[in-house]
Design a protein around this ligand. Structure first.
Ligand SMILES: CCCCCCCCCC(=O)SCCNC(=O)CCNC(=O)[C@H](O)C(C)(C)COP(=O)(O)OP(=O)(O)OC[C@H]1O[C@@H](n2cnc3c(N)ncnc32)[C@H](O)[C@@H]1OP(=O)(O)O
Length: 173
């Protein structure tokens, strides 16, 4: 998936420091919003360099097959974790392409740990990967690669903002 012309990218000196939560996308976001009526509420933590981490408890409402997570929920979680990582470059992005290898069933009640990494970029394209495990990094349960495209937030969402659902406390992208 990685192109031959991929180039290294550099963490922005003003990016969220390691160990801190990367700023909320917005409070009503399905992936990270703390006020979304239904959502994953994932907190993405900046790591060293171009890495991020996150954890997600697998709740009963996330069930797909009996006793295990729905694949689409896991996909959304990867999207959120990996899509937040380009903020280490101070680039807001949207997902262009996401692919996932589902290696093992993930039981309800478990906690999925994610480790994501920016691999490089070409123009507006940011290439990332992420691995998920249930507590033993040597025993992954899933892995993903994704391409994100940097956007101008105002331009990208113009024409949609009138449909936005707001919390009582916050507006914005
Ligand atoms: C904002 C803060 C973010 C916080 C975390 C967010 C996490 C969640 C992220 C999401 O879920 S976002 C929601 C799902 N994604 C979308 O709704 C995106 C829908 N698609 C689009 O809006 C446009 O297709 C897109 C902005 C991605 C690209 O359109 P553009 O007209 O701006 O760019 P263009 O088509 O010229 O593509 C730019 C480059 O990306 C490449 N590209 C675009 N889409 C691609 C694709 N799908 N696969 C491969 N390459 C792709 C394209 O070939 C080109 O490469 P080159 O620079 O080499 O010419």
């Amino acid at each position: 998936m990685l192109p031959a012309d991929i180039e290294p990218v550099i963490r922005d000196p003003k990016a969220t420091p390691p160990g801190h939560r990367i700023d909320l996308h917005h409070s009503m976001c399905f992936g990270c919003g703390s006020e979304a009526p239904v959502g994953l509420r994932i907190e993405v933590i900046a790591g060293e360099g171009l890495t991020v981490t996150a954890a997600m408890k697998v709740e009963d409402w996330m069930q797909g097959g009996p006793g295990v997570i729905h694949g689409g929920v896991l996909s959304a979680a990867f999207d959120e974790v990996m899509g937040t990582s380009p903020l280490l470059l101070r680039k807001p992005v949207v997902t262009g392409h996401l692919e996932i290898d589902y290696a093992k069933p993930i039981p309800l009640g478990s906690t999925v740990h994610f480790t994501g990494e920016i691999l490089g970029g070409v123009r507006r394209k940011v290439y990332t990967r992420c691995v998920a495990h249930l507590g033993d990094p040597a025993n992954p349960v899933a892995a993903a690669h994704a391409l994100f495209i940097a956007i101008d937030l105002e331009k990208h969402f113009s024409g949609y903002r009138e449909r936005a659902v707001h919390s009582q406390h916050q507006n914005g992208a």
